[in-house]
Design a protein around this ligand. Structure first.
Ligand SMILES: NC(=O)c1ccc[n+]([C@@H]2O[C@H](COP(=O)([O-])OP(=O)(O)OC[C@H]3O[C@@H](n4cnc5c(N)ncnc54)[C@H](O)[C@@H]3O)[C@@H](O)[C@H]2O)c1
Length: 404
């Protein structure tokens, strides 16, 4: 197996680390990206994305001669498509944008040979692998290739570890296709490899993130009901979770990032009449930032009534704790809305490094504690949880005041 050549199309957060671990496992890997910067980054062994340990692993893979990158695909035994699948925010229900998947399909079609394996890894609506295979069959008539779907479940920050150690679901359009794709994963995956059909594998990815979204929505809904009832939601959840069969998640200021806040829409878009709970959960999580803003405005109005023009400090801007990723972040949305409301507002973001800077007036935590009238807990970063935050100033929307 390691003598095989693999073409990885799309060298972003998923494709680049995948190409690296494949090369480390002995496969010959050609990375392909339409972005010349990504191609240059790989060939010069300096990653264009931030991920722990990636730089050293990339350097090793490139130095071994087993990994290179180029703008166009090439003939290979297997093609792994790791291109974006965002949604188009049109109308009431956003719909998936599969244009990148089909563009990648058009790019690899001239290089398909009998026996080649095509694996789609991009998060996709059910039936996308079938549609991709049909498009490939039309563009490369007579070529007998295998098509399969394998979702990614890696956690940013742990991608290199999880690519190797997570279990994988490999769904083939035929059992032979599933086996052919699995044989390549076996070269670098140490987790279990579970074979199924492509539709089930596509659905599994959507269901995993919808499950998370629905459960977070439940906690978020509870937090709003508890606020109205004058009940501490954190204490309530801790107590309810003492039940042997109850495990409620923690509420937050909303759901962000590019997976949990996106993937459930693929199910809602395909089944608007049936996916009512999933749709509702999306709405609850999407509307949570507005509710948070209303709570902050209420506190500000009280202080103004006392004759003060308060300074508000938002604690955290990232889309989840202990990372420097601000994409689709509800905390950043809340900060911007408060600023647009004309409030005096600053933010504390210990994870804003030189490369990832949110567009905000940043101050350090001690300055915020000393100078702000209202501390708005938005992201449960470890430095906030470890700090001694003055309770009387704190509006806690993410449980940072909770001590273990
Ligand atoms: N990032 C994650 O944590 C994560 C986790 C699970 C699943 N996914 C899914 O994996 C897929 C890829 O996500 P990502 O985060 O790696 O995206 P990304 O935006 O980081 O990278 C995608 C890369 O594909 C390239 N590209 C686009 N069209 C191309 C084409 N036609 N040919 C060659 N290259 C092309 C882009 O230039 C970019 O470098 C998405 O479907 C995403 O939902 C991502």
């Amino acid at each position: 197996m390691p003598s095989q050549t693999v073409c990885v199309v799309g060298l972003g957060y998923i494709g680049l680390p995948t190409a690296v671990v494949m090369a480390q496992a002995g496969l010959r890997v050609v990375g392909v990206d339409v972005n010349p910067e990504a191609v240059r980054a790989v060939n010069s062994a300096v990653p264009h994305i931030v991920e722990p340990d990636l730089e050293a692993a990339l350097r090793e893979a490139v130095a071994s001669g087993r990994l290179s990158a180029q703008a166009e695909p090439t003939e290979a035994d297997a093609f792994f498509l790791c291109v974006p699948t965002p949604f188009r925010a049109s109308g009431d229900i956003p719909s998936p944008d599969l244009s990148y998947v089909f563009a990648a399909g058009r790019a690899i079609a001239p290089f398909l040979r009998d026996g080649a394996v095509v694996v789609l890894e991009s998060t996709s609506p059910v039936g996308t692998t079938e549609r991709l295979a049909a498009a490939l069959a039309e563009a490369a008539p007579g070529v007998r290739f295998h098509a399969a779907y394998c979702p990614e479940r890696v956690l940013p920050g742990r991608i290199l570890h999880e690519l190797v150690h997570n279990d994988r679901i490999v769904g083939g359009l035929t059992p032979e296709a599933a086996e052919a794709a699995a044989s390549i994963y076996r070269a670098f995956v140490r987790g279990g490899i579970h074979l199924t059909d492509a539709r089930t594998a596509e659905m599994a990815k959507l269901v995993e993130n919808s499950y998370r979204d629905v459960n977070i929505a439940f906690a978020n809904e509870l937090s709003m009901i508890c606020e109205r009832e004058g009940i501490d939601v954190w204490e309530l959840i801790a107590l309810a979770n003492r039940h042997p069969r109850v495990n409620i998640l923690q509420p937050g200021c909303g759901v962000g990032g590019h997976c949990i806040a996106v993937d459930p829409w693929f199910l809602v878009d395909a089944h608007p009449d049936l996916a009512r709970l999933i749709h509702s959960a999306r709405r609850v999580n999407d509307n949570k930032p507005e509710w948070v803003v209303a709570q902050v405005l209420r506190r500000v109005a009280q202080l103004r009534h006392e004759g003060r023009e308060p300074l508000v400090a938002c604690l955290g801007l990232a889309f989840k704790p202990d990372i420097d990723d601000f994409r689709e972040s509800p905390a950043l949305r809340i900060y911007r809305t408060l600023a647009a409301e004309g409030l005096r507002v600053v933010a504390v973001e210990p994870f804003a490094t030189g490369t990832a800077q949110p567009d905000a007036r940043l101050v350090d935590l001690q300055t915020a504690i000393q100078t702000a009238d209202v501390l708005v807990g938005l992201v449960a970063h470890t430095p906030f949880r470890e700090a001694d935050l003055p309770r009387e100033k704190l509006l806690d929307f993410c449980g940072i005041a909770r001590k273990p």
